[in-house]
Design a binder for this molecule. Sequence first.
Ligand code: ADP
Ligand code: MG
Length: 362
Amino acid sequence: MAEVPRLEIRNLRRSFDGRAVVDGVSLQIMPGQVTCLLGPSGCGKSTTLRMIAGVEMQDSGEIYVDGKLICDTVTRVPPERREIGLMFQDFALFPHLSVEGNVAYGLRGSRAEKRARVEEMLGRVHMQRFIDMYPHQLSGGEQQRVALARALAPQPRIMLMDEPFSGLDNRLRDGIRDETLSILKEEDTGVLLVTHEPDEAMRMADEIALMRDGRIVQQGAPYNVYTRPLDRASVAFFSDANVRRATVQGALAMTPFGRFLAPGIADGTEVDIVFRPQHVRIDFDRAGVGPVPTAVEGTAARAVVERARFMGNESLVEFRLDHDGSVMKSTVPGVFLPQPGTVMWLRVRRDKCFVFPAGMMG
Ligand SMILES: Nc1ncnc2c1ncn2[C@@H]1O[C@H](COP(=O)(O)OP(=O)(O)O)[C@@H](O)[C@H]1O
Ligand SMILES: [Mg+2]
């Protein structure tokens, strides 16, 4: 028997004031799978999640949990009966309830049963000793853990998380994310996590659904989405990007870095050659000459260091190309801080470049 998705949404749509905010979104999440809905602010992520949670009604489309229809435009299971756990930015702990009261909130059963489940869940998030405290007595990270325990206590089929870590400071966030992920993985729930941060999605997701203007434009494992971007905008969304504009002649685009293959693109078409700063290779100047051209790395272009900054794990060096004075960014692991004005030679790995028709910004 084929496995039934924990969550399936089909063709969800929602407009506000005549504008389609969610424009035909379909998704499946299998048990134990974490899917990240990733996209810039305003693209319709939260609205999608709110429809699944049942706090917003779709104009059309269906929602299934474990193969059972829970919402279309006729049927509508109320939010509290959808067996969905929520962790939203604006879905804080109840301030007037203790930690115990918060975690017990959605539970049924006898007092003793509830207490046992609360203790178990607090144990999972390492918060047992806070059981009698109140939310205002806890740090942001501690509140987050209690919120996770509260959401998971009734054993939801699905967890919906809307930027749940955005209120936490950076260092705390990494730890809480990893902890949360390992707890979610122990449950057999399907997780839909909304974020506008690619790093967070890459860190958490089994699958990324890239959303733009109300639609999912690309979906797949983080590695695939990162290494096979749809267009220039997708590259730039995930990281800094260098862009070279060039014109195709005979299926080749000429640049100061040599020729790039542009198969299937008509002569005279403008293309953008897009590459990430970590794929720019730097060589030192040797008495006015650069490295010998190769098939993989093309021709080296002469450039002058504009400025160099240490970023912690890597250094960011900005160059000005002799060819046309344009700026190229390069990142190098560790400490590499050449003086401004230093002459160097840049090459670009062919297998790390993307060639897109120019102006295609999605
Ligand atoms: N209740 C509403 N009424 C009118 N416009 C709304 C409403 N909810 C969301 N929107 C609009 O829909 C768009 C998408 O919002 P949202 O789903 O919150 O985006 P995201 O979570 O991706 O940042 C935004 O332009 C927002 O202003
Ligand atoms: Mg949002």
